[in-house]
Design a protein around this ligand. Structure first.
Ligand SMILES: Nc1nc2c(c(=O)[nH]1)N[C@H]1C(S)=C(S)[C@@H](COP(=O)(O)O)O[C@H]1N2
Ligand SMILES: [Mo]
Length: 236
């Protein structure tokens, strides 16, 4: 559901008539999910993905879908990439830029961790297993120049960007993730490669990752230009 920028405000207070109509429609569907159980909730969550992608009111997050991931995208559709055409560039303020194929990433040392995933709109998923390459490893290999203080992520959806200060990007639980929920990251969850940023709300965990750029300052990303805080630290 690609909306105009005015429709993409982050605040729940941003209740336009059209948003309320969508919300009321969805409440009915959510009730169906509750009655039918979690299988149906998962199916419902998937089916609603295009609507929930923007969640203009912030209210869709309150629907009784259970502790399940939503499938978020700020664009209508994203091209599929696999081992034959996936690449990740690491560049910007670095001495040694690099490009990694999916196979390159798979051959690097993998880190496993399990953490609760928090979307800032209120839903969460406990104990999510992730596997991937530590972002710090890719940063170290690139040899950041002295002026580099932040990292910027790009998505091959063509629109989404995010940033992190270098110290948060170097955390041991910040992964260039190849696996999620004990399986390769699915297309809908941002595969074949997405970010998982520990300690930060979900919007920092850029899906369909295509670029990592060292920068001299944090550059506000897609949601920050629409009201989200630059610092996405989970506050609980
Ligand atoms: N490219 C891209 N990455 C993204 C988003 C998005 O819309 N596009 N949404 C973010 C938000 S707000 C959250 S909570 C998580 C959701 O991940 P999921 O779609 O796998 O549930 O992805 C984050 N990464
Ligand atoms: Mo989110």
């Amino acid at each position: 559901m690609p909306g105009s920028p005015e429709n993409l405000s982050a605040g729940p207070s941003h209740g336009k008539p059209v948003g309320r109509r969508i919300f009321l429609g969805l409440v009915g569907l959510g009730a169906v999910g509750v009655v039918a159980g979690s299988e149906a909730q998962n199916a419902l969550s998937r089916w609603l993905a295009p609507v929930m992608a923007n969640d203009p009111t912030g209210l869709v997050a309150l629907l009784p879908l259970g502790d399940t991931f939503r499938f978020y995208s700020v664009v209508g559709s994203v091209d599929r990439r696999d081992a034959s055409d996936y690449s990740l560039t690491v560049g910007g303020e670095v001495a040694t830029p690099a490009t990694y194929s999916l196979t390159d990433l798979q051959r690097m040392p993998q880190t496993n961790l399990t953490e609760t995933f928090h979307c800032v709109t209120g839903w969460r998923v406990p104990d999510v297993p992730w596997t991937g390459v530590r972002l710090s490893t890719l940063i170290d290999r690139a040899a950041p120049r002295s002026g580099a203080t932040a990292v910027r992520f790009r998505s091959f959806d063509g629109t989404y960007t995010e940033s992190l200060p270098l110290d948060k990007a170097r955390r041991a639980d910040c992964l260039v993730a190849l696996r999620m929920l004990d399986a390769p990251v699915t297309h809908d969850h941002g595969g074949p490669v997405r970010m998982y940023v520990g300690g930060q709300y979900g919007y920092k965990s850029t899906k369909w990752l295509s670029g990592i750029e060292l920068t001299t300052e944090e550059i506000p990303g897609y949601w920050e230009r629409r009201g989200y805080e630059l610092d996405g630290t989970i506050d609980e």
